[in-house]
Ligand binder design. Structure first.
Ligand SMILES: Cc1ncc(C[n+]2csc(CCOP(=O)(O)OP(=O)(O)O)c2C)c(N)n1
Length: 288
């Protein structure tokens, strides 16, 4: 088969997986009547591209020393990561039904001691890039060529620790480290300085800030699967001596019309009617 055809098939398959992931996110949060929606839905396309194409992983060997590492620093979006791990074969999709239950391996925030396949426990915002830096330094010291990916929220990067880690990453020339900012322009309760509640805020200075810290900056539409794939593959290759950040412009609640760009859907249980409407939206909506 021609290369273009293979690539088109891969793109279609990734778009389908992203739709599956969104469906499972909504179904799981409805069943649990707890958990987050907006952030997991904005991150879904990038998580699918990473786990189904870009990252070197083996679901049968979650502790494989040479695997690429992934840290969901915005740990409240755990259900987004769990659905992708399940679809990829790390554990049965049926286990998603246990999400947030007291004895479940799938806690509201990722617990690396409970679930194989998680490289870090997260949830307290701002803390994921630091262990990512440690892993990237560790890889270099041990002569391993794995990559470390860390996904952060645009609200999360207000935390000072992120910038300490960003500084150190450039200082140690960690070209095996990739940060991804899910730039959905909304944190939990909107941005107070954006003119009032519920308004989104594009942070145009984001790129300049990371550049000033010595990072290579790539920017992408985080819902255009072809662009996401191209950008993440490019990030994976690395730039000699420089860590890479991918600023992914996304929509909070992507795929469900009544959730898109509404901070109120950051975390909220769904009614049966809302669940049904959301699933209809997801199956009708085309991913770009
Ligand atoms: C240190 C810390 N402070 C506050 C919270 C509560 N909290 C959870 S999610 C969130 C908003 C995060 O916004 P953003 O990083 O933009 O994530 P996204 O929009 O992708 O969900 C907050 C404040 C937390 N988990 N950790």
């Amino acid at each position: 088969m021609a290369t273009v055809e293979v690539e088109n098939q891969q793109l279609q398959s990734l778009r389908d997986r992203a739709r599956d992931a969104r469906r499972l996110i909504v179904e799981t949060i409805f069943e649990a009547q707890a958990g987050h929606l907006g952030g997991p839905l904005s991150a879904a396309d990038m998580l699918v591209a990473l786990y189904f194409d870009v990252m070197r992983i083996d679901p049968q060997r979650p502790s494989w020393p040479d695997r690429d590492r992934f840290i969901l620093s915005k740990g409240h979006s755990s259900i987004g990561l769990y659905t992708v791990l399940a679809l990829r074969g790390f554990f049965p999709v049926a286990e998603l039904a246990t999400f947030d239950a007291i004895d479940s391996r799938l806690q509201g925030h990722p617990d690396m001691k409970a679930l194989p396949g998680l490289d870090m426990s997260t949830g307290s915002l701002g803390q994921g890039l630091s262990p990512g830096v440690g892993m990237a330094i560790g890889a270099k010291r041990r002569g391993l060529d794995f990559r470390t990916y860390v996904m952060l929220g645009d609200g999360e990067i207000q935390e000072g620790q992120v910038w300490e880690a960003a500084f150190v990453a450039a200082r140690y020339k960690l070209d095996n480290l990739v940060a991804i900012i899910d730039h959905n322009r909304l944190p939990q309760y909107s941005w107070p300085n954006a003119g009032g509640e519920g308004l989104t805020m594009h942070q145009p200075e984001i790129a300049a800030r990371w550049q000033a810290f010595g990072w290579r900056v790539l920017e992408v539409d985080g819902h255009d699967m072809a662009a996401v794939l191209q950008t993440l593959r490019h990030a994976h290759e690395g730039a000699p001596g420089t860590p890479t950040v991918v600023i992914a412009n996304t929509v909070k609640g992507k795929g469900v019309s009544f959730m898109e760009n509404h901070y109120a859907w950051h975390a909220k249980p769904l009614s049966q009617e809302q669940r049904d409407a959301a699933l209809a939206d997801i199956s009708a909506g085309g991913n770009s």
